[in-house]
Every structure is written in C-alpha cells, then in structure tokens.
Design a protein around this ligand. Structure first.
Ligand code: RB5
Length: 152
C-alpha cells in the first residue's frame, strides 16, 4: 500500500521509525515533511494538510500523521473534505477507526506513545478493513455534514 507520512518537528523521529518499519513490511512510504526538527516554520497544520490532500488527490491510499499529541495535526487533516483522521493511543481504537469509521489516516502523539506501541497501533490500523453496512450509513452522515456546509 502507498502510505503518506507527515509530522511537525515533534514527530519527525517517530515518523522515520514507523516509515522504516512499514517499508520492511512491504509498504511504499512517502514523506510529506516536516524534514528538519529545527524547522518550526512547518508547524502541524501544514504537514497535516499535505498528507490529507495527497490522499484526497489519490497520491496515497492512507496516511500516518505525528505531532506532539497527535491532536493538532489530525484536526488540520480533518478540515480537508472527505478525510477522516483519528488520534490513536492504543490498538483497539486504531482497529475500530478503520472497521467502523473508515478512517484513512492514523494520527499519533510522539509525546504520548512509545515506539513499540506506535508500531502496534500502525500495524493494527493497516491490517484492519472497513466493515461497511450500517457503518457506511454513519460515515455517509459525516460526509453529509460537509456537503451541508458546502465543503465538497
Ligand atoms: C508542538 O509543540 C505541539 O504543540 C504539537 O506537536 C502538537 O502536539 C499539537 O497538537
């Protein structure tokens, strides 16, 4: 699977670690920045937006976002119409975010989860499959909110 990665300065180290892990599992991993831990000009809304737009434009199928908490970068990504990004600090939520919510992006906090927990969260996220059915109706209701506010 082609996966887009993004982080702010706080998330670079964990992002690179996860990219290596997922490459070893056979995924194609593309880094959408931030690339420099000293670059505070590339704050979390920018890489969050770049990864979300890459998915919306079909450049990547799914994404991983990392900032200090996982919050700011996911909030930014969720502003891109059609994108569902979820902050996960444990594997159960990561699994359900795909099975029930059809999220395309998993977001994590580098100041919240350690490397090995992050690996478990990422592996769970990429192994999970959307269950559709009644969950599709609920995801459609989310899309309807975007449509009602003229964001499509
Ligand atoms: C940066 O210090 C921090 O605020 C950011 O990484 C993130 O946690 C915001 O949600």
């Amino acid at each position: 699977m082609k996966i887009a990665f993004g982080s702010d300065h706080a998330g670079i180290e964990l992002k690179l670690y996860l990219m290596e892990h997922l490459k070893e599992k056979g995924h194609e991993c593309v880094d959408y920045g931030n690339y420099d831990p000293n670059d505070r000009g590339d704050d979390y809304p920018a890489p969050g937006r770049r990864v979300a737009e890459a998915i919306r434009d079909g450049e990547a199928e799914k994404g991983v976002l990392i900032c200090g908490t996982g919050l700011g970068i996911s909030l930014a990504a969720n502003k891109v119409p059609g994108i569902r990004a979820c902050v996960c600090s444990e594997p159960y939520t990561a699994s359900m975010s795909v099975r029930h919510n059809n999220c395309q992006i998993v977001s994590m906090g580098a100041r919240v989860v350690g490397r090995e927990l992050a690996v478990m969260i990422a592996d769970t996220f990429f192994e999970a499959r959307f269950e559709g059915g009644r969950h599709q109706n609920r995801v459609d209701m989310i899309s309807q909110i975007e449509e009602d506010y003229g964001k499509k």
